[in-house]
Design a protein around this ligand. Structure first.
Ligand code: 0X9
Ligand code: ZN
Length: 518
């Protein structure tokens, strides 16, 4: 592709890379020849998804200077394509807005039916629904299990509202994209409305950290929130420091459950890839629900200990917030330089785990998005996970890692199109989870082995969890959407996607439990 691509013109404003006029094209190759043509294109253009088998569409990010030539190239090769995102920068700028929340009909689904108002004018709506209606820090109002303790600086207080019982969230999805972009909202009966201020009765005791579910949060906020939660809910959760990132950020695992280490356990992580913001947000939401929802998780927590690492790659995440929204990798120094002499930082953490490390789909070029690292577990973040999973005295039965986007439930192997010996068990649990998501959230996930369903990619955490750590049930869940927004999922969807994550964990733990000795 040398003849097509020239020096990259990178627009930067106040230390941030801009994506003005960048387009996301979805190409649908139909033949091997067309896939080969895309492979050549991959040399010079950023792909959001890898080239898979069969006729899987591929999402390509193209800068404005090359849009016409890339379109021509696709047409010349007879490859069908559509424009998924017209101007990436525009999407980035509104992604974390809470302003448009009132303009958005989707939001109506976050509200209880009596509060929905389909055709009121905006001004009226603004008056009708305060922002506090959307604040997440509501204690779902069932009876408290224990009396307030003196150590609770902000004690639980019974709601002035009638108890809300979460039963069967209505089947709802909203889709405005032809390729079934489906994100379901939580039930209208789920606790979405809130008290008018963080100091009000019923507000989360950790709301003052700034944590909420209507915006993507900084690592510092998430970290402060975790510290606060561990203090306020010390009877339910604790923090385990498992190491530090390259830039010195703490990697904190939340442990929920009791001291019985013989119990079967699950490890859940998020934020392996920096730009997949909805992943750490959803794992944080899971922690919130597991800890702050009285009763909802009691029976599962009786059987399982749950370990959660909301952000595996905090350096990359912060880099994606402050400098380059599309950053995927870690931020370690690799020693690599590109054609223009610029240093190439970072390793793809999901190519850095030590099971079939360095095989298909993992690059040895430090300047590539899928750089595997100099050796397996070269990154402090992946090494910390490995050491923890191998040394913690826990009986891990399930490994679950949240990524985005695409709406997939993937199981090993990812390194090659091969089946595990127990693939039927993995598929069964995946299928049950997919059905639960569909029933409860009205959303469709595709289920299959990673290499066959997407593309072969070696060094993934899911493969290592199974092949290296011996955890039978291992899954990568690619959260929403299916491409309308891609990685730039507006923050107003966090709660709905987080709710899907709760459905995943409940279904998986219930099913995995049925494989365990009684
Ligand atoms: O390519 C990846 O690492 C994952 N997709 S993403 O778009 N989030 O980057 C999929 C990983 C699936 N698992 C393995 N290939 N082992
Ligand atoms: Zn990912």
């Amino acid at each position: 592709m040398e003849q097509v691509f020239s020096t990259p013109s990178v627009e930067i404003s106040v230390g941030k890379r801009l994506y003005t006029g960048y387009k996301i094209l979805r190409a649908s190759p139909q033949t091997q020849q067309q896939r080969t043509a895309l492979l050549l294109l991959q040399e010079g253009v950023d792909f959001w998804s890898d080239i898979g088998a069969d006729n899987k569409p591929v999402d390509i990010m193209v800068d404005p200077g090359h849009v016409d030539r890339v379109k021509q190239y696709l047409s010349l090769n007879g490859i069908d394509f559509e424009v998924m995102i017209e101007d990436l920068q525009k999407e980035i700028e509104v992604e974390n807005d809470t302003q448009d929340i009132f303009d958005d009909d989707d939001l109506q689904r976050f509200l209880p039916p009596q509060k929905r108002d389909k055709r009121q004018n905006l001004q009226q709506r603004k008056q009708t629904y305060s922002l506090f209606d959307l604040l997440p820090f509501v204690k779902p109002q069932t009876r408290p299990r224990r009396k307030p303790q003196p150590s609770d600086q902000v004690p639980f207080e019974p709601s002035r509202r009638a108890p809300r019982v979460i039963r069967h969230p209505a089947k709802q999805s909203f889709s405005s994209h032809p390729v079934s972009s489906t994100i379901s909202a939580p039930s209208p009966t789920s606790p979405t409305s809130s008290f008018p201020s963080t100091t009000s009765p019923g507000a989360s005791p950790c709301a003052q950290t700034g944590m909420n579910w209507i915006q993507y949060q900084s690592f510092a906020t998430i970290s402060a929130w975790l510290n606060c939660m561990a203090t306020k809910f010390s009877d339910k959760m604790s923090l385990i420091h498992i190491g530090k990132s390259t830039e010195g950020r703490d990697l904190k695992v939340v442990k929920i459950g009791n001291k019985d280490s013989n119990k079967p356990s699950v490890f859940i992580d998020g934020g392996i890839h920096a730009r997949e913001w909805v992943s750490p947000a959803s794992v944080a939401y899971l922690i919130h629900r597991m800890v702050e929802t009285e009763g909802e998780y009691d029976s599962l927590l009786d059987k399982f200990n749950v370990y959660l690492l909301p952000m595996v790659n905090p350096d990359g995440y912060e880099y994606s917030r402050n400098h380059d929204r599309m950053w995927r990798k870690t931020r370690s120094k690799t020693g690599g330089k590109n054609l223009f002499g610029q240093e190439c930082h970072g390793v793809d953490p999901n190519r850095n785990f030590g099971y079939h490390w360095g095989g298909y789909g993992a690059s040895d070029d430090p300047c590539k998005e899928t750089y595997r690292g100099s050796h397996a577990f070269s990154e402090p973040e992946t090494l910390a996970m490995k050491n923890f999973l191998l040394s913690e005295k826990a009986n891990f039965q399930l490994y679950l890692t949240f990524h985005s986007y695409g709406q997939y439930i993937l199981y090993p192997w990812g390194y090659d199109k091969l089946d595990t010996r127990d693939w039927r068990d993995l598929k069964r649990v995946g299928d049950v989870t997919g059905r639960a998501l569909n029933k409860l959230n009205g959303v469709n996930y595709q289920i299959g082995s990673a290499a066959k369903m997407l593309y072969p990619a070696s060094g993934g955490s899911d493969d290592w969890a199974k092949g290296g750590a011996g955890i039978k049930f291992s899954y990568t869940v690619e959260l929403p959407d299916t491409g309308k927004h891609g990685f730039i999922l507006p923050a107003r969807h966090i709660k709905a996607v987080g709710f899907q994550a709760t459905t995943v964990i409940k279904a998986m733990l219930t099913e995995v439990g049925s494989y365990l000795p009684k």
